[in-house]
Design a protein around this ligand. Structure first.
Ligand code: NDP
Length: 240
């Protein structure tokens, strides 16, 4: 079985940690990114991870990008749908653009990336699809109606696709991180961050590597009987 992994948003934050952990576990890794932070992509490339720029919000770009990855590296057996954005606003102030951008990347991106790979995984009778959702898709978060809706949608997608993939040797699982100390979280004002940490029973933010290790496990043969599941990695903040 080919050990080719494709990680969306794999150039920085949680995605970079996932790319590095998969590489250390013996995978050849392609890290996709959007192009907002070329320095991060360059840094990731310097670690021996091939980087590819396209938007997961664009179906045709995904199909073309995946074709390029497979031409360069071989058939993708592990897809990590990690790319995500926030466009936070209280709902009475939320614009259609803020709603749409989050849907396009955080929910439609999963269709756009998984659909072009699905037939190949079925034909080869093996695949691992790992979707990075969020604690806020499980519990809802004020100021994030768009993000919470998209991330909850990711969980429905995971459960439905797991049923379709099971007989074809494809597992589909989700990880719901709690608050992880990436740029996305460090960008919120310090006071807000302190109040977030106060709500986490273990008393700290999570580390990106702690999410990455969950991904490596779900990608491994050891996780072959796990499909349609959600791993909540949130320091005890929300117990499902
Ligand atoms: P970052 O903002 O640190 O990194 C986001 C990554 O996604 C970057 O590589 C970025 O590329 C890429 N990206 C963004 N939009 C697109 C797009 N349209 N197409 C392709 N790539 C894109 O995010 P985090 O590491 O914090 O988050 C990663 C995932 O984990 C997200 O899905 C997020 O929702 C989820 N999550 C994060 C939590 C946290 O506490 N940080 C908590 C729960 C869930 P570029 O550099 O070019 O912009």
């Amino acid at each position: 079985m080919s050990k080719i992994a494709l990680v969306t948003g794999g150039s920085r934050g949680i995605g970079a940690a996932i790319s590095v952990a998969l590489k250390e576990a013996g995978y050849t890794v392609a890290a996709n990114y959007a192009g907002n932070d070329e320095a991060a992509a360059k840094f990731t490339a310097e670690t021996g991870i091939k980087t590819y720029k396209w938007s997961v919000a664009d179906y045709d770009a995904c199909a073309a990008g995946i074709a390029q990855v497979e031409a360069d590296l071989g058939p993708v057996s592990v897809l990590v749908n990690n790319a995500g954005i926030t466009r936070d606003a209280m709902f009475h102030r939320m614009t259609r653009q803020q709603w749409q951008e989050v849907m396009d990347t955080n929910l439609n991106g999963l269709f756009n990336m998984t659909h072009p790979l699905w037939t190949g995984m079925r034909d080869r009778k093996f695949g691992r699809v790992i979707n990075i959702s969020s604690i806020n898709g499980q519990k809802g978060q004020a100021g994030q109606a768009n993000y919470s809706a998209a991330k909850a949608g990711d969980l429905g997608f995971t459960k439905a696709l797991a049923q379709e993939g099971a007989r074809a040797g494809i597992t589909v699982n989700a990880i719901c991180p709690g608050y992880i100390g990436t740029e996305m979280v460090m960008a919120v004002p310090e006071k807000v961050r302190e109040s977030i940490i106060a709500q986490i029973p273990v008393g700290r933010l999570g580390e990106a590597t702690e999410i990455a290790r969950c991904v490596v496990f779900l990608a491994s043969d050891d996780a072959g009987f796990i499909t349609g599941s959600t791993i909540s990695a949130n320091g005890g903040q929300f117990v499902v």
